[in-house]
Design a protein around this ligand. Structure first.
Ligand SMILES: NC(=O)c1ccc[n+]([C@@H]2O[C@H](COP(=O)([O-])OP(=O)(O)OC[C@H]3O[C@@H](n4cnc5c(N)ncnc54)[C@H](OP(=O)(O)O)[C@@H]3O)[C@@H](O)[C@H]2O)c1
Length: 337
């Protein structure tokens, strides 16, 4: 790559179902030049997030769709290499919503932009995982939205995934009883190893409702929902009076957004006086400082172990994302650049 170019991953066509390698292209384009007040950033850690699947469809999401031929949007951890902004000097490490590009230009008002304070000896990629957006999402959903308290029963779906594996550990550290749902015996064992009181391999359960009822005979206080769909339907009647459902995501329908599951049990919101609330982590800046401090402390105490699925090289972003959207990964899917 010449010093005046950058490599990017662009969208060739809109995926149908699980994305395919041919939906993406690796291209070399002129390196962007920062204007007044802007900075040029070199990507160090790229993040694969299920939400990106929504940006690849031509439909409204909480961010506009990626245009055909444009670079894929996603969270990135990078280092400032050229600066026209004294608040963001060369060498600053930052996280921001950006594009899958080795070099990109952002302004100080970029979505989610924040400085990263890497502690000595802590691998940089953790700041894109359990010590970054993943941990913050788990904390906000569990405590700000779900209001989880010591002694309560917390159920989390996709419990071996990035967010779920962090929720398991944060809920245990807060004194909750934790039940994790995960697909397959290896994932279920991983969830137990992270400290969950019970892990259910939902793919092996002919009657998920009965399996959760057995695990939580008194009911669920907080359901941290990562998947939506049939699982949400199974959980709704098992919630306790005044239970809370923190709706983090509905990955079960991202690959087939034209055919969402029709939930049948929403009446249970009334029966059990439930609160069900969706959230986007960065809509809660007022609690992120406290959340980050808790994550850092638990990590230092060895009570938060980041679970990661790591590759190297910008060109690996599509295959890492495809693996994530195929349900095959455990922990946070990251690509080191
Ligand atoms: N609200 C926010 O601010 C925010 C921020 C970050 C993430 N999220 C959401 O949180 C959820 C988890 O995200 P994550 O980054 O932590 O991902 P993840 O859990 O690491 O990975 C996805 C996992 O979801 C499960 N899954 C269930 N149905 C699936 C399907 N049809 N296709 C693919 N996977 C399926 C799989 O686990 P099993 O094999 O165990 O089923 C899979 O391994 C997503 O819904 C995401 O959109 C929300």
């Amino acid at each position: 790559m010449s010093p005046s170019t950058t490599r990017q991953i662009t969208l060739v066509r809109r995926p149908t179902g699980i994305p395919l390698a041919d939906d993406f292209a690796l291209v070399e384009v002129p390196r962007p030049v920062p204007g007044p007040g802007e900075i040029l950033v070199r990507m160090r850690v790229g993040s694969c997030d299920p939400a990106i699947r929504g940006f690849l469809d031509d439909r409204p999401s909480y961010l506009p769709p990626v245009a055909i031929g444009a670079p894929i949007n996603g969270m990135s951890l990078g280092e400032v290499v050229e600066s026209h902004n004294p608040d963001w000097p060369v060498g600053t490490l930052l996280r921001t919503f950006a594009v899958w590009s080795e070099y990109y230009v952002v302004g100080a008002d970029a979505l989610g932009i924040e400085k990263v304070d890497q502690a000595p000896g802590v691998p940089l990629q953790h700041y894109m995982g359990a010590l970054g957006p993943v941990g913050l999402t788990a904390w906000v959903g569990l405590f700000e939205i779900g209001k989880a308290k010591a002694g309560e029963t917390v159920l989390v779906s996709a419990a071996a995934g990035a967010t779920g594996s962090t929720v398991v550990q944060l809920a245990k550290a807060a004194g909750c009883r934790v039940i994790g749902l995960a697909g397959g015996p290896a994932k279920a064992q991983m969830v137990r190893d992270l400290g969950a009181d019970i892990a259910i391999d939902y793919k092996a359960e002919p009657d998920l409702d009965a399996a959760i009822r057995k695990a939580a005979p008194e009911g669920i206080d907080v359901y941290f929902d990562n998947v939506g769909g049939e699982t949400l339907d199974a959980v709704l009647p098992l919630m306790r009076l005044h239970g809370r459902i923190a709706v983090c995501g509905m990955i079960a329908q991202y690959n087939d957004a034209d055919n969402p599951h029709g939930n049948r049990n929403l009446w249970q919101l009334v029966v059990n006086r439930l609160t069900m609330r969706g959230f986007i982590t960065y809509d809660h800046p007022e609690v992120l400082g406290e959340a980050q401090a808790v994550l850092d402390r638990l990590f230092a105490e060895g009570k938060l172990k980041p679970l990661e699925n790591v590759r190297s090289g910008l060109e690996k972003l599509p295959e890492a994302f495809i693996e994530l959207m195929s349900g095959k990964t455990t922990g946070k899917t990251l690509v080191l650049i």
